[in-house]
Design a protein around this ligand. Structure first.
Ligand SMILES: [Zn+2]
Ligand SMILES: [Zn+2]
Length: 614
C-alpha cells in the first residue's frame, strides 16, 4: 500500500481527519490505528492514523514526526466504532478515540505490547439480548455464571459492567465459581495501573473484564457477551463531555462484533423495559420466595414543626423492632443537620456564593457546606443585615434525624451511614442512612426499613424521577427482611402503589404512557444544549438568541423548548441554561442543530455543551 500520506484524527473538537506526509523511514512501520506524534495548529500533538492516501489537495503538508505504538492502539473495529460514537454523540472522531483509550495514552507515552494472534473462536454464539428481571436479587447469579461459562467454552470473551467500583469486589467473588481469568479495568485507577490492565486485556489474557462504565471500551477481541449489571443505574451515563451512555456503546459493539447482551436489574429503566418488549428480547423473571411487608403512612395531617418527623406508626414499628432485638434503618437522602439557615427578622438566607443554593449545616464539623461544590464557611452568630438577630435553622438532614432518634430511643445504639462513612455500622440498632446504604444490600440483614420522606425523592426536575423513586422502593423492599415503611403525603402515588402491589407491568404501562404523552424517551430522543457563563443576564440573552436561531431553522418533527435554567441554575460561579431539542432520532436532531450551534459558537464566547440522550 502507498503510505505517503496519512490521515490523522486529533482529540480536539475539530472533525478532521487531517493529511500528513509520511517520511520514507517511517513508511514500513506506520499502520492504521497507531498513535503518532505531529504538529497540529502549530502545537505538538498526538493523533491516530485512520487511513492512507495517495494524494492530498493540501500543500505543503506537515510530516508525521514519530510513531508511538509498535502495534495499533485501536484496531479496525474500534476505529469504526469510535467514528459511530462521534457521530451519535456529536463530538469529533478524534475526541471519541480519546475517550476510547486509557487516560495514559493521551500523552506521548510509547506503547509496547504483544499481539495475541486472533483467537480461534468457534462460530458466533448467535446474538441474543436478554433482560434478567430479578425481583429477588439472590436468584440471578446461577444464570449469569452459566451464561458466562458457555461464552468461555465457545472461546469467546466477556465484558462485565457494574455501575459503581464498590460492586467490583463482590462480582469477582462470584466469578471465582467459573474460575476463568478475570481482569479489572476502571478509569478511577491510577493511570499507569489502568494502562497495565488495558495492555493485559489487549494481549488476550482475560476471559472476563470487570469494570465500571468506561470498561465498555475494553479492547477485548472475540467478544461474546456484555453484561450490564443494575442496568437502570444513572452512573452508566457520563456526566462530562462526551456524555455517552454505556448501554448505547454496548449496543453498538453488539451490532458490530456480534456479541450478546445481558441486562440485569430488579427495576429496569422504562426505556429498557420498552425496548425489551418492542424488540422481543428474551425476558427472564425470577419471583421472590417471599416479599417483606410494606406499610405506607399518610403524613397529610402531620405537622413536622410541632411533632416529630417520625410518625406515630413509625415510632411504634421502631419500638417493636428494637424490643425484638432487630435492626432498623431510617432512610433519608439529605446530608447534614439542617438544610436551611435564615434570619427570622429580614428573611436573609445563608447561601453558597458560587451555586446560589441553601447551605447545609454539618453538626459534626460545626460548618456550613454547599452540597454542590466544596464551599465551606463558619456559621455566623448573627444576621449580617440586622445585628443582634439570631439565625434560625430548619429542614431535616440525617444528623438531625439522628439526634431525634437518640431522643426517642435513649437506650438504642444509634449510628449514621453515608457516602463518607467507611463501613456500615453493623453493631448499631438504628442506622440513619442515605442512598449509600443500597450498596450493602445482601451483606447484612435489616428488619425494618423506613423511608422518612418519600416525597423528597419525587420532587426533582427530571422526567426519570418517578422511575428512580420506583426503583428505590423496589430495592429497599428487597433489603428489608420484615417490613418497609414509607412516610408520604402522596399516598396514591403510582410508584408507591405499584411497589405495594408488586405490579411491575402496571408501573411500566403507566410510566410509559406518561412518557409518550409528554414526548419523552423512549418515544422521543432528547439533546440538551447547555449554555454556561459567569454573567447571568448575558448567558440568558445568548440562550434566547440561540433558541431563536434553532427555532427558525428547525425541520418538521423536531421540537425546540424555550431556554430554561438548569436543575442547578448556578454552579461553581457559572449560570446555566438549557435548550432542549426533541425528535424521533438523534441523527435528525444533530444533522440540523450541529451547524446552527457551530455557527453560533463562532460568534460568541459562552461555553456551549451538547448532551445527547441526557
Ligand atoms: Zn436579618
Ligand atoms: Zn456551591
Amino acid at each position: 500500500m502507498n503510505k505517503r500520506i496519512a490521515q490523522v484524527i486529533v482529540g480536539l473538537p475539530v472533525e478532521g481527519p487531517f493529511d500528513y506526509s509520511v517520511g520514507k523511514s517511517l513508511r514500513d512501520r506506520i499502520a492504521v490505528g497507531q498513535r503518532v506524534r505531529m504538529v497540529f495548529n502549530r502545537r505538538p500533538s498526538i493523533g491516530v492514523v485512520v487511513r492512507f492516501q495517495k494524494n492530498s489537495p493540501f500543500k505543503p503538508l506537515n510530516p508525521v514526526l514519530s510513531i508511538l505504538d509498535d502495534y495499533p492502539s485501536l484496531d479496525e473495529k474500534a476505529l469504526k466504532l469510535t467514528r459511530a460514537f462521534g457521530r451519535y454523540y456529536g463530538c469529533s472522531w478524534g475526541e471519541a478515540a480519546q475517550t476510547w483509550l486509557p487516560t495514559a495514552l493521551r500523552k506521548a507515552k510509547e506503547l509496547q505490547w504483544t499481539p495475541c494472534g486472533e483467537d480461534k473462536a468457534e462460530a458466533p454464539l448467535g446474538k441474543k439480548v436478554i433482560l434478567l428481571h430479578d425481583k429477588s436479587p439472590d436468584k440471578r447469579w446461577p444464570f449469569i455464571l452459566e451464561t458466562i461459562r458457555k461464552v468461555w467454552e465457545a472461546k469467546r470473551r466477556v465484558i462485565f459492567l457494574v455501575p459503581e467500583a464498590s460492586l467490583i469486589e463482590s462480582v469477582l467473588q462470584r466469578l471465582k465459581e467459573v474460575s476463568c481469568p478475570v481482569i479489572v479495568l476502571d478509569k478511577k485507577m491510577r493511570s499507569s495501573r489502568e494502562l497495565e490492565q488495558w495492555i493485559k486485556v489487549k494481549e488476550g489474557r482475560a476471559t472476563v473484564v470487570v469494570g465500571t462504565r468506561s470498561a465498555v471500551f475494553a479492547p477485548v477481541s472475540s467478544l461474546g457477551l456484555i453484561v450490564i449489571y443494575e442496568e437502570e443505574h444513572a452512573a452508566y451515563k457520563q456526566e462530562q463531555s462526551p456524555h455517552y451512555r454505556a448501554q448505547t456503546i454496548a449496543q453498538m459493539r453488539s451490532q458490530s462484533e456480534g456479541c450478546s447482551l445481558l441486562y440485569v436489574s430488579s427495576a429496569p429503566s422504562a426505556e429498557t423495559w420498552h425496548k425489551a418488549k418492542k424488540e422481543r428480547w428474551t425476558k427472564i423473571t425470577y419471583e421472590p420466595d417471599r416479599l417483606s411487608e410494606m406499610q405506607p403512612v399518610d403524613m397529610t395531617n402531620y405537622n413536622p414543626q410541632r411533632t416529630s418527623i417520625l410518625s406515630f406508626p413509625l415510632q411504634s414499628a421502631i419500638q417493636e423492632t428494637l424490643t425484638a432485638q432487630g435492626k432498623v434503618v431510617l432512610f433519608m437522602n439529605r446530608k447534614g443537620f439542617s438544610t436551611q439557615t435564615r434570619c427570622p427578622q429580614c428573611g436573609w438566607t445563608l447561601k453558597c456564593p458560587r451555586c446560589d443554593v441553601n447551605l447545609t449545616y454539618l453538626y459534626v464539623s460545626k460548618r456550613m457546606v454547599c452540597r454542590h461544590c466544596s464551599f465551606k464557611t463558619e456559621l455566623p452568630g448573627f444576621c449580617p443585615h440586622c445585628p443582634g438577630s439570631y439565625l434560625r435553622s430548619s429542614g431535616t438532614g440525617i444528623e438531625k434525624l439522628e439526634s431525634e432518634a437518640a431522643r426517642l430511643y435513649p437506650h438504642a445504639r444509634i449510628s449514621r451511614y453515608d457516602r463518607q462513612t467507611a463501613e456500615f455500622p453493623r453493631e448499631a440498632d438504628v442506622v440513619i442512612a442515605t442512598q449509600a446504604v443500597l450498596k450493602g444490600q445482601g451483606a447484612f440483614p435489616v428488619d425494618l426499613m423506613a423511608v422518612v420522606n418519600f416525597d423528597a425523592e419525587l420532587h426533582h426536575m427530571d422526567f426519570r424521577s418517578a422511575q428512580k423513586a420506583f426503583a428505590l422502593l423496589v430495592h429497599l423492599r428487597q433489603f428489608a427482611v420484615r417490613k418497609l415503611l414509607v412516610q408520604t403525603r402522596m399516598i396514591d402515588n403510582y410508584c408507591l402503589r405499584a411497589v405495594l402491589k408488586g405490579d411491575f407491568d402496571g408501573f411500566y404501562r403507566k410510566e410509559l404512557k406518561f412518557r409518550q404523552e409528554l414526548g419523552f424517551p423512549p418515544y422521543k430522543h432528547l439533546a440538551a444544549v447547555g449554555l454556561r457563563g459567569s454573567d447571568e443576564e448575558r448567558v440568558f440573552e445568548q440562550a434566547k438568541d440561540l433558541y431563536a436561531r434553532l427555532e427558525k431553522r428547525k425541520p418538521q418533527g423536531i421540537d425546540v423548548l424555550d431556554p430554561h435554567p438548569d436543575v442547578n441554575p448556578k454552579l461553581r460561579d457559572k449560570y446555566r441554561f438549557t435548550i432542549l431539542l426533541k425528535g424521533l432520532s438523534v441523527k435528525d436532531i444533530l444533522a440540523y442543530a450541529t451547524p446552527v450551534i457551530k455557527d453560533f459558537k463562532r460568534r460568541h464566547s459562552t461555553l456551549i455543551t451538547l448532551n445527547v440522550d441526557p
